[in-house]
Design a protein. Structure first.
Length: 186
C-alpha cells in the first residue's frame, strides 16, 4: 500500500534531526508524532522554529521518545511503498531517527511521490492508449495536477503528508475520469 510520509526537522543543517513525523496510508489512515530528541540531538535553528512553530521545549515535554517513534514506524510501515515530496531530506531525517534508535538506517526506504503519481496514471490509462499517446497524455495530466495542487506547505508533518496524499488522489481521479472519456469515445 502507498504511504505518504513527511518529517519536520530542527534545521536544514548537517546535524539536524527529526522533530515531527506523520504518515497517511493510501486508504486515509494516518498517524502523527512529535519526537522527543535523543540526548545527542542538540542542533536547533530559531528560523526553522519560526516556520514549523514547534518549540524544542514542547518536544522535550510532550514528544514521544524517539526510540518509540522509530519502532512504531518499523511496525506500521515495513512492507509498504513509502513516498515523500522531498525524499532526500525526509530520508536523511528518517535515517537519523532509525540510527539513534539502534535500528538499521535502511530499514525503511523512501521514494518520490511524483513517481507514484506517474505510475498510477500509467496503470489506469495504459490499457486504453497506444504507448506513443500514453506518455504525452500522462505528462499533460501530471502537469495539470502540479499546477492545481501545489499549495504552500503547512510545515507540519500531518498536514503536509495529507497534501501529498490528496495530490496523488487528484491524479488518480483525473486519470480515471480521462479513462471514462476514452472508453465513451470508443
Amino acid at each position: 500500500m502507498l504511504v505518504f510520509l513527511d518529517f519536520e526537522a530542527s534545521s536544514l543543517a548537517k546535524r539536524s534531526y527529526p522533530i515531527e513525523v506523520a504518515w497517511v496510508f493510501e486508504d486515509g489512515r494516518s498517524e502523527s508524532y512529535l519526537i522527543r530528541p535523543a540526548p545527542d540531538w542538540t542542533d536547533w535553528d530559531p528560523a526553522a522554529e519560526a516556520i514549523h512553530r514547534i518549540p524544542r521545549e514542547t518536544l522535550v515535554a510532550d514528544g514521544t521518545p524517539h526510540e518509540e517513534v522509530a519502532h512504531r514506524m518499523i511496525e506500521q510501515l515495513t512492507g509498504h511503498d513509502l513516498l515523500a515530496s522531498a525524499p532526500s531530506w525526509d530520508g536523511k531525517w528518517m535515517s537519523a531517527l532509525l540510527r539513534a534508535s539502534g535500528l538499521p538506517r535502511r530499514s525503511l526506504r523512501l521514494r518520490d511521490t511524483d513517481e507514484a503519481q506517474r505510475e498510477t496514471a500509467i496503470a489506469i490509462l495504459a490499457p486504453l492508449l497506444p504507448p506513443g499517446e500514453l506518455e504525452g497524455l500522462v505528462c499533460e495530466l501530471l502537469a495539470h495536477s502540479e499546477a492545481m495542487g501545489r499549495d504552500t506547505p503547512a510545515h507540519r508533518a500531518l498536514a503536509d503528508a495529507q497534501v501529498e496524499h490528496g495530490r496523488w488522489l487528484g491524479v488518480r481521479r483525473a486519470a480515471e475520469k480521462l479513462a471514462q472519456q476514452l472508453r465513451a469515445n470508443g
